[in-house]
Write a protein of this length. Structure first.
Ligand code: SAM
Length: 266
C-alpha cells in the first residue's frame, strides 16, 4: 500500500530526479524539467558541471569500494538510470556484486525496474530513505543484501533534498546495521568555502521551482557533514570538495561547485 508522502507522478511540475537526468544528458525528462534546468543555469551557470562532478564521484567511489572488496551496495536516492549506474560499474569489475537501489521518484523507479528486469543481482525499491525500517525490512533488501558482510552505503546527490536532522537520524540507523568493513559514501551541497550570491539564488530557484514546495535545498557545513560519519573513519583524502576526491582530472577552483564528498569506513 502506498503511503501519503509518496510523490505521485506530476508532469506539470519539474522533478529533481528528472532535472538531474537532463543535466547528465539523459532522456528521461520532460519540457517542464528542461525549463527548470534553464532557470537553475541562469542563476548558477556551473550547475551542470556540479551535477556531472557529483556523478563522477559516485563512479570513482564505487570503483574504489569494489577494488577494496565490497560486493554489495545499498544506493539511497539512486535517481533515474543514466550513464554509469552503480550496478554497471560494480558488476563490470565484480560480476557477483549485488545492488539495491532506493528512490521515491516514480519515473526513477519505473525506469530502474525496466533496466533491472534481467538482472537477478540488482533491484529497486520505491521508498523514502528516511523510512529506514521499510527499506531495511524490504524483501528485495533481504534477498540481495547480507548485513553480516560489508556493504557500501551510497547517499550521493540526495542529502540536500532532505531538510533538518531527519537524514542524520536515518543514516545513523543504517550505520547501526553495517558490519565493520562497510563503507559510507556521500555528497552534500554546501556554502562553505564560498558563500556566493549565485548559491543563494540557486537555493531560491530550487525551493520555488519544485513541486508544491516539497523540495527545499538544504546546505550543510563541514561539521554537519562530518556528523554523518560518526564511528566511521574517513578514507583518504577525507572530506573534500567533490572534484577533489581522488580526481582523475584537475578541476580548477573546486569549491566553486559547492559540494562536499567523502567516503568513510567502519
Ligand atoms: N544518487 C544519484 C547520483 O548521485 O547520481 C542520483 C542523485 S539525484 C540528484 C537525487 C535522487 O534522490 C532523485 O532521484 C530523488 O528522487 C531522490 N530522492 C529525493 N528524496 C528522497 C528520499 N527522501 N528518499 C529516497 N530518494 C529520494
Amino acid at each position: 500500500m502506498e503511503q501519503s508522502w509518496y510523490r505521485e507522478l506530476d508532469l506539470d511540475a519539474p522533478s529533481p530526479a528528472r532535472v538531474y537526468d537532463y543535466f547528465l544528458g539523459g532522456s528521461h525528462n520532460f519540457a517542464v524539467d528542461r525549463e527548470m534546468a534553464q532557470r537553475l543555469v541562469a542563476v548558477k551557470p556551473d550547475v551542470a558541471e556540479t551535477m556531472r562532478a557529483n556523478r563522477a564521484f559516485l563512479r570513482r567511489a564505487v570503483q574504489h569500494l569494489v577494488e577494496v572488496g565490497v560486493r554489495q551496495f545499498l544506493d539511497l536516492g539512486s535517481g533515474v538510470p543514466t550513464v554509469g549506474n552503480v550496478h554497471e560499474i560494480a558488476q563490470r569489475a565484480a560480476p557477483d556484486a549485488r545492488v539495491v537501489y532506493v528512490d521515491v521518484d516514480p519515473i526513477a523507479v519505473a525506469h530502474s525496474t525496466a533496466m533491472l528486469a534481467e538482472n537477478p543481482l540488482a533491484g529497486i525499491i520505491r521508498a523514502d530513505l528516511r523510512d529506514t525500517e521499510t527499506v531495511l525490512g524490504h524483501p528485495v533488501v533481504g534477498k540481495l543484501i547480507d548485513f553480516a558482510e560489508p556493504v557500501g552505503l551510497l547517499v550521493v546527490g540526495v542529502l540536500h533534498q532532505l531538510p533538518g536532522d531527519e537524514p542524520l537520524g536515518a543514516i545513523r540507523r543504517y550505520r547501526e546495521v553495517l558490519t565493520p568493513g562497510s563503507y559510507l559514501a556521500l555528497t552534500q551541497v554546501t556554502q562553505d568555502g564560498r558563500r556566493t550570491d549565485s548559491t543563494e539564488l540557486l537555493k531560491e530557484t530550487f525551493d520555488g521551482g519544485y513541486a508544491k514546495g516539497a523540495d527545499v535545498m538544504t546546505m550543510r557545513t563541514r561539521p554537519e557533514v562530518l556528523a554523518f560519519f560518526e564511528e566511521f573513519e574517513l578514507i583518504d583524502p577525507g572530506l573534500v570538495f567533490v572534484a577533489e576526491w581522488r580526481p582523475e582530472v584537475e578541476v580548477p577552483d573546486p569549491e566553486r561547485l559547492s559540494t562536499y564528498a567523502a567516503v568513510g569506513r567502519r
